[in-house]
Design a protein around this ligand. Structure first.
Ligand SMILES: Cc1cc2nc3c(=O)[nH]c(=O)nc-3n(C[C@H](O)[C@H](O)[C@H](O)COP(=O)(O)O)c2cc1C
Length: 187
């Protein structure tokens, strides 16, 4: 069931006019709420935007982004923010991005489960969106997504093979699947 979601989900950039039912929006937000996080700090804060003028203002800032039109045309926009102080940091590695990544992807997958489309948007001008949404300076804006009923179901984007992304025992050692699906070190 979960694998089917992984296989069938697409980034959606064209939406129909049909509004998102409140119970579906609730389910999507609940999926985000249940995400694991560093020390269970739940550093995320989500902004649900339905106001057309605000969505349009955000969309205007997304010049050249392939998802620009999706933000103004979808009935809902969700903005994922994080308080970096409410997550972990090891050496120079901040974990608030990891927390938000898990939370937001759970949201996206439940949306798909509800028949709704999303599209992660990570390329945006944070200052401009901060100003439109009145987000405090100490809070980072990490991702946006439109939410609505898909108007177009795109072709799957390709992915690397497992052999290209998984090593066996040591960095660089190839992993192979034998004919029975067993895993073994390869040449
Ligand atoms: C962190 C992150 C940031 C992304 N930013 C954008 C973006 O700014 N604009 C956009 O159109 N798509 C964006 N995407 C969507 C990717 O382009 C998309 O996930 C990828 O091409 C694979 O397509 P699929 O999601 O349909 O499988 C982003 C995805 C992720 C995970």
């Amino acid at each position: 069931m979960v694998m089917k979601l992984f296989e069938e989900r697409r980034s959606i950039r064209r939406f129909g006019d049909r509004p998102v039912e409140d119970e579906k929006l609730h389910a999507v937000l609940e999926a985000a709420r249940l995400a694991p996080s560093w020390a269970n700090m739940q550093c995320w804060r989500l902004i649900v935007v339905k106001d057309t003028a605000i969505k349009d203002a955000v969309s205007t800032t997304l010049e050249n982004n392939p998802a620009q039109k999706a933000v103004s045309s979808a009935p809902v926009l969700i903005v994922a923010c994080a308080d970096p102080e409410a997550s972990g940091k090891v050496k120079d590695q901040s974990y608030y991005l990891v927390d938000i990544g898990i939370c937001f992807q759970q949201l996206c997958l439940e949306a798909w489960n509800q028949g709704l489309g999303t599209c992660w948007i990570g390329w945006f001008d944070e200052d401009k969106i901060r100003s439109i949404l009145e987000v405090p300076e100490h809070i980072r804006i990490v991702a946006l997504t439109p939410l609505g009923y898909p108007a177009v179901y795109p072709e799957a984007r390709g992915r690397k093979s497992l052999q290209e992304m998984v090593f066996y025992d040591k960095w660089g050692q190839v992993l192979n699947f034998d004919t029975q699906g067993g895993i073994e070190a390869g040449e």
